[in-house]
Write a protein that binds this ligand. Sequence first.
Ligand code: BJW
Length: 252
Amino acid sequence: MAAPLNPALVELAAAARRVTVLSGAGMSAESGVPTFRAAQSGLWERFDPTMLATPQAWEADPELVWAWYAWRINLVRGVEPNAGHRALARWAERTQVRIATQNVDDLHERAGSDVLAHLHGSLTALRCADCERPFDGPVEIPAEPVERLAPAACPACDGRVRPGVVWFGEMLPQGAFDAAADAVFDADLVLVVGTSGLVYPAASLPDLARGHGVPVVELNPEDTPVSERVDIVWRDTAARGLPALLAAIAVA
Ligand code: BJW
């Protein structure tokens, strides 16, 4: 059951005309997608995701890194948006809701939302690691996890095809951060959902909002470094809290 809602939160949300949502891995957790820093399952338990999501890991062992991403692509294909994703899509029918996500899945879109910015790219926007050309050819995605898998070869240059995600030390997609920053400056409510707030520059967005006088709410079942820098801390999960908020503002 959802935690009781803070009346100040309901009042803010009911009055908001321009909501900006900053979502992280916790948004998709109740769909069955493990959060980035949670223990991975099965054979990936032995690997540290912060070591795999790097250009250095790809250079050293592309077959290991591609096998990890193939497992995750398969996992995301097999799950559905949760009640939190769907609540945001419904909210957008009555007010402006802009979503800037760190997530590399497509669950917001599959729930019916337009996503303003995928700050860390997308699992399935494949491209050549050498010539950067987008790749939309067939890729082998095994049904069961494997520890090594050869990446596809680029038809133009024979380079290795990599996932279209942003690894540590890489630049964010052109314009993505600026679009997210503009959306927080222009909001009358910023809702930070399900992120540990550890990864920059995405983690700076709540502070940018507050610096502009925009109220910031954090929805997360756990304490994070963001918690002490927001106006309202809301301890609940995305799939419980967001539908409860939507129901409350419908009658507010
Ligand atoms: C629930 C829940 C439920 C659970 N409901 N909640 C400034 C200071 C220090 C360092 C830097 C800095 N600026 C840049 C850096 C370096 C680096 C960085 O930030 N490092 C930090 C680790 C210190 N940043 C970069 O390198 C970025 N690039 C960059 O800055 O370029 C410019 C530049 C280039 C070169 C030199 C210098 C500057 C790029 C960052 C790319 C991050 N990429 C990843 C991997 C993507 C691909 C993949 O998925 O494999 O993105 S890392 C990973 O972390 C992934 C995520 O999007 C990101 C954030 O994770 P998130 O979403 O917060 O997930 P979790 O798992 O951490 O947390 C889940 C949360 O959900 C928890 O709080 C739970 O409680 C909660 N939760 N269930 C709601 N049901």
